[in-house]
Design a binder for this molecule. Structure first.
Ligand SMILES: NC(=O)c1ccc[n+]([C@@H]2O[C@H](COP(=O)([O-])OP(=O)(O)OC[C@H]3O[C@@H](n4cnc5c(N)ncnc54)[C@H](O)[C@@H]3O)[C@@H](O)[C@H]2O)c1
Length: 361
């Protein structure tokens, strides 16, 4: 008999939809010993909340997340609300013994992050750094672990969007310090820092700049950082919402002694690989389609060559988390992993403020 896992989701916006879909689909793509119940959808605005609940199959709705804390008929709570609200919710829910899933950036400061880690010490956690679960990204990690690119020299990453530059004037918490804590630092750079930690290990120091294009805006529109990694490689990170022409370009390029790997979310089924150990007359960049066989997630989704999409990154993250939960093994990235990202973001902010190199400690 599968164990029942009664789920509550807080937030019914963009990520509310992506997560609702993941909860609905995960059991179709992953073998799980759980029967997931989409029990409560929580938000503040009753009408759209109700509409969303009926569309995505949530049994009931709630307009105050605090009501979830003491409910003993809820096992897992997923937080998909604005950044500044994560810490208070996660801390209260973890202390009440809930399994806590939380959107990125986990927190709006390093201090908040460390309180969250402390509060969640005894409960399973996950942070939705979903890009780790793109099959091509997981494949990059496999190739690195196999030593295919050898010792790394350069790690280069960008995350580029353009919506405020194109005059999106809708009022959104994403452009306010009170709602988001920061601009692209927390929103976009957090993703590429997480991928860097996953693929290339710890970062030891950073030198950064943060820039705001819009007059009067309190948050960063563009942040760039140079980094030294503990493994001796050097890196650069660029995140901006003013890269006109780029809707959601998340890319990395890793140069090692024996080869190169390159990924671009806009072509997410593929990983580019240059093998410097091949005979020189045959050397060239291969564009490997990562849909199987014998590649990550090949057995979860469709037949080789049949591509998957953005939504599968959330299904994959949730599937891996639930399988780890069932096996009693540690899942990554949990709160402690996301705190490593917070520590790097904090160093970047301090470096930009002081216009100097800052150690990541
Ligand atoms: N993993 C990713 O790739 C990814 C992508 C986009 C957003 N995000 C993150 O997801 C989170 C949500 O972003 P979004 O794009 O879904 O935002 P959104 O504005 O579309 O939705 C936010 C939701 O939170 C609800 N909400 C706000 N305050 C609340 C409160 N106090 N109690 C209950 N509900 C509340 C709103 O009503 C809304 O339903 C953010 O932390 C964001 O950084 C992650």
């Amino acid at each position: 008999m599968p164990t029942k896992l009664r789920v509550a989701l807080i937030g019914h916006g963009f990520m509310g939809r992506a997560h609702s879909n993941a909860f609905a689909q995960v059991g179709r793509f992953f073998d799980l010993p759980y029967q997931l119940e989409r029990a409560v959808l929580c938000g503040r605005n009753r009408e759209p909340l109700q509409a969303m609940a009926s569309r995505w199959g949530w049994r009931e709705t709630a307009t105050d997340w605090r009501a979830l804390v003491d409910r003993d008929d809820i096992d897992l709570v997923d937080i998909a609300t604005p950044n500044a609200t994560h810490a208070e919710m996660a801390i209260a829910l973890a202390r009440a013994g809930k399994i806590v899933l939380c959107e990125k950036p986990m927190a709006i400061s390093r201090e908040q992050g460390s309180e969250m880690v402390e509060a969640a010490r005894n409960v399973p956690t996950m942070v939705w750094f979903n890009y780790r679960r793109v099959p091509a990204v997981a494949y990059a990690r496999q190739l690195i672990d196999e030593g295919r690119i050898g010792p790394v020299y350069h790690y280069r990453a960008v995350y580029l969007q353009d919506w405020p530059a194109l005059g999106a004037t809708t009022k959104t918490w994403k452009l306010s310090k009170a709602g988001a804590g920061s601009g692209v630092l927390g929103d976009l750079l957090s993703h590429i820092v997480d991928l860097a930690l996953y693929l290339n290990g710890d970062i030891s120091e950073v030198s950064a700049m943060m820039h705001t294009f819009a007059p009067g805006r309190e948050i960063d529109d563009a942040t760039m950082a140079m980094a030294r990694f503990a493994n001796g490689s050097v890196g650069s990170f660029e995140a901006t919402r003013y890269a006109v022409g780029c809707r959601n370009r998340n890319q990395f390029e890793i140069h090692g002694q024996l080869g190169m790997l390159r990924f671009d979310l806009e072509d997410m089924a593929r990983l580019e690989y240059f093998d410097a150990t091949a005979p020189p007359r045959l050397q060239g960049t291969r564009k490997i389609m990562v849909t199987g066989p014998n590649q990550p997630y090949a057995n979860n989704y469709w037949k080789p060559g049949h591509v998957i999409g953005y939504e599968h990154t959330f299904i994959g993250a949730l599937g891996d988390f639930l399988q780890a939960l069932a096996a009693g093994s540690e899942f990554h990235p949990g709160f402690a992993d996301a705190q490593k990202v917070q520590v790097v973001l904090d160093a970047i902010e301090r470096s930009a403020g002081s216009r100097s190199w800052v150690a990541v400690e």
